[in-house]
Ligand binder design. Sequence first.
Ligand SMILES: [Zn+2]
Length: 232
Amino acid sequence: MVVRVLDAVLDLLVPPRCAGCGGRGALVCPRCAVELSAPPRRHAPEAPPEGLPECWAAAGYDGVARRVLIAYKERGRTALGTALGSCLAGAMAHLEADGPLVLVPVPSTRRSRRAKGHDPVRRIAEVAARRLRAGGAQVTVAPVLRPARKVADQSGLTSAQRAVNLAGAFTSKAVPRGRVVLVDDVVTTGATLAEAARALRAAGAETAYAVTVAATRKRVPVMRHARRSQNR
Ligand SMILES: [Zn+2]
């Protein structure tokens, strides 16, 4: 905690180090900013969970995007939310919307939100919404999802295990009218986004898209029976 506060204070007092490459002079240097503003890519997991919305990611979860996200989420460098929110806005610019976009941030299912004292995904969703509104789009942020219970850490689980681990993990309040876009920091198997979409559906809203800052490229193990059922 003390280290995180010190990091945040140092960001204000001394020329910052780039969270992407460590160079002095900016929170995110121009070269790393270019990597965060590449054209978004469609993320299609090998065995997409049922109900996964069309999913777009601004960057791969490696290199610059990974380092910036970790500094932002784990090291308390909340000022990076501005760069990450812009990155997210860039990944949303191409989404089709004939009315307002409603950004729904995916809440943390672990204790991390309380422990870190901020809601990292909601913060970047709000930055993205401001950016898109400045460009003339109608965009609101609707933090309607709530964790319904604690879930185990997802890392190391297969797609099928993740789906079981996350079943019923979220509940949703009523969702404002508009095209719903789920927002998260990282997508891997899509299990979290599919569960979030399920909770929104239970509250009467269909999710049009999911957009994340980063998508993992590493292969997540797929259980054989999951792959077979996918083929049916
Ligand atoms: Zn850099």
